[in-house]
Design a protein around this ligand. Structure first.
Ligand code: SF4
Ligand code: SF4
Length: 207
């Protein structure tokens, strides 16, 4: 009785594998380096993230959260935005990295060994200082986000009083001051949210 050709091939492979090195890695007994382009744990960069929140909007796994204080903000001088990423909810799609406005604010690392017993530990966050409207205490955005806009706009940033003041206050202390109840022309030069700025401009034009 002759052995069919496919069976002979299988036998040859079986003998060969007996004397060759294992195909699978020895992980977790030995470290393993994932291939280039591997999508692992997403991590924020303290240096490059400006806290704009774009990644939270495009995250399809609902793994990224942008956590702001309640408005109107009670203590504007201490207000921070928390950017949080839950890697137990991440599906490693790469949307956050692809749409990050600075391109390096969040990166999918090569870290893949993410299992843990307590899901509360599967979270990382960074905090960014918030800029708050000097009139109504609503949130404008983070200081780093405005500074990123200023760098992108160059001299055009001087056309916007909020950007101008955020920039100038880095160089020389400029008294912020509270706008008067009844908005007046000088209030244009305050750090204001778009709604308050519109109110000031309309009052300036129409009285
Ligand atoms: S890789 Fe996808 S699912 Fe994971 S945090 Fe980024 S956008 Fe969300
Ligand atoms: S800078 Fe990038 S990582 Fe940071 S909040 Fe914006 S989109 Fe997300």
């Amino acid at each position: 009785m002759s052995i069919p050709l496919p069976k002979l091939r299988e036998l040859r492979e079986a003998f060969r594998s007996l004397f060759s090195a294992p195909y699978t890695t020895r992980f977790p007994y030995a470290p393993v380096e994932p291939v280039d382009g591997f999508r692992g744990k997403p991590e924020f960069s303290e240096e490059h993230c400006v806290g704009c929140g774009a990644c939270a909007q495009v995250c399809i796994g609902n793994a990224i959260k942008m956590i702001d204080p309640e408005e109107p903000v009670k203590k504007p001088e201490n207000a921070v935005r928390k950017m949080e990423v839950r890697f137990d909810m991440c599906n490693f799609c790469g949307n956050c990295q692809a749409h990050c406005i600075t391109e390096k604010g969040i990166q999918l690392t090569k870290i893949f060994d993410l299992s843990c017993f307590d899901r509360k530990l599967a979270v990382e966050s960074i905090e960014k200082e918030l800029i708050v409207c000097e009139l109504c205490n609503s949130i404008i955005t983070t200081r780093d986000h405005l500074k990123w806009l200023i760098r992108r706009l160059g001299t055009l940033a001087y056309g916007n009083p909020t950007l101008l003041l955020v920039n100038q206050r880095e160089l020389i202390p400029v008294e912020s001051g509270k706008p008067a109840e009844d908005l007046r022309r000088p209030d244009i030069l305050k750090v204001l949210c778009p709604r308050c700025r519109q109110t000031v401009m309309v009052k300036d034009i129409w009285g």
